[in-house]
Design a binder for this molecule. Structure first.
Ligand code: PMP
Length: 423
């Protein structure tokens, strides 16, 4: 057996549940084995068997500059020479906080954490703490990390594996989680009419990117803002994916909506484990130690992570998001046309540097429609693309990602590979 990825996976399966440290990576839903990656530069991954791939996953979003971007790597090397963790404040966390607050219209203060999961979990606690209410409204197919209250009808890995939620979450913990279909403002109105006085927060991915890619219908986000105002609930934008991707100022800048709280992850850490939650000062000043709502982290504000995040945001500020969006759209439309010419039904929504092949006759506007897509066609497409060195997200419930490091030649190679796919 000369396939090192396979050997490593077999060894890993005896040591790590499912052989992976996060479920979707296992690739078994697309009838494949995970690739073990040896190194990554720009938009290219090299696996342990020396095979090269054009990366449209980008570590699920963080690597918008591409891998091993010069300024980020230099900042990390420099920071590593100054020690890796102090458990005390460092200058870069103030600098990163300033960049994030300046970029995001809805933010006046921010707290760094270590993952998107921590960010949403903490934002929910804060919303419950300040409103003194318990209920949470979330949307079916939106994923907000793996904290218990969000694991009801969630997207991403939970959707990929069709888990109804998960064992291990006591019914009481999700009893206060209300659900509505994405893009269905009438359902949200009804929910508020029944429970409004008890709803601490409505949390939404302003662009849903964990059930494939589902764009908000015009008026949907505005409607959420209005209803939250009407009932005194907080509007939480989960911008773990869309922050610094939907626009430099996130979906809140792109759609001109002013959320009360926002959660971040992925890009904000430049590829290191970082998340953050922030929002209006009148809410954020309730976070400990300024306020009474407890939240903490041994490695929060870690100097390496802050250096990577800071270098990433500073570089991103100089780059042309509109140009990347136009290139992504042109690529996605060409991909769609190639697949349609083969006679398969395909929808290809795009937004900013995200794209998503849905094998469906109809546009997808919610989770039920996302689930109705042809997963067999997706699996066949995925496997044939990967065999040709094109690395796509291994699930129909994830979104494709493009980086500033993708060249026209990379797009053309991916399109050439798609032309060779047989259904
Ligand atoms: N929210 C959203 C919108 C996400 O996409 C994710 C992760 N994909 C999370 C929260 C959780 O982030 P993490 O995996 O860093 O805990």
């Amino acid at each position: 057996m000369d396939d090192l990825s396979r050997q490593l996976f077999e060894k890993a399966c005896a040591l790590i549940p499912g052989g992976v440290n996060s479920p979707v990576r296992a690739c078994h839903n697309v009838d494949s084995l995970p690739l073990f990656i040896a190194e990554a530069h720009g938009c290219r991954l090299t696996d342990v068997d020396g095979r090269e791939y054009i990366d449209f996953v980008l570590s699920w979003g963080p690597m918008i500059l591409g891998h091993d971007e010069a300024s980020v790597t230099a900042a990390l090397r420099e920071a590593a020479g100054r020690g890796t963790s102090y458990g005390a404040p460092c200058p870069d966390e103030v600098a990163l906080a300033a960049e994030v607050v300046a970029a995001m219209p809805g933010l006046e203060m921010v707290r760094m954490v270590n993952s998107g999961t921590e960010a949403t979990m903490s934002a929910l606690r804060l919303a419950r703490g300040v409103t003194k209410r318990h209920k949470l409204l979330k949307f079916i197919g939106c994923y907000h990390g793996h904290a218990d209250p969000f694991l009801a009808a969630a997207g991403s890995g939970v959707a990929t594996f069709s888990l109804p939620g998960t064992p291990g979450v006591p019914p009481a913990v999700v009893a206060d989680t209300l659900l509505a279909p994405y893009n269905d403002l009438d359902a949200v109105k009804e929910c508020f009419a029944r429970h409004g006085a008890d709803i601490a927060a409505v949390i939404v991915e302003p662009v849903a990117a964990n059930m494939g890619l589902v764009l908000p219908k015009p008026g949907f986000l505005e409607g959420l803002r209005a209803l939250a105002d009407q009932y005194g609930s907080l509007l939480i934008f989960d911008e773990v994916i869309t922050g610094f991707r939907a626009a430099f100022g996130g979906a809140q800048a792109r759609f001109n909506i002013d959320p009360d709280l926002t959660t971040f992850g992925k890009i904000i850490g430049g590829g290191l484990p970082v998340g953050a939650f922030g929002g209006k000062r009148r809410f954020m000043e309730h976070v400990a130690p300024q306020g009474e709502v407890y939240q903490a982290g041994t490695l929060s504000g870690n100097p390496l992570a802050m250096a990577a995040g800071l270098a990433t945001l500073r570089r991103l500020k100089t780059l042309d998001y509109d140009a990347l969006e136009a290139r992504t759209r042109a690529f996605a439309e060409a991909l769609r046309d190639i697949l349609r010419a083969k006679g398969v039904p395909v929808q290809m929504p795009t937004l900013a540097s995200m794209f998503c092949p849905f094998f469906s006759e109809e546009p997808v506007t919610d989770f039920v429609q996302a689930q109705a897509c042809d997963q067999k066609l997706f699996t066949s497409f995925y496997k044939q693309m990967r065999a040709q060195g094109i690395y796509l997200a291994p699930s129909g419930f994830e979104t494709g990602m493009v980086s500033f490091a993708h060249s026209d030649e990379d797009f053309n190679r991916a399109l050439d590979a798609a032309r060779k796919v047989l259904f």
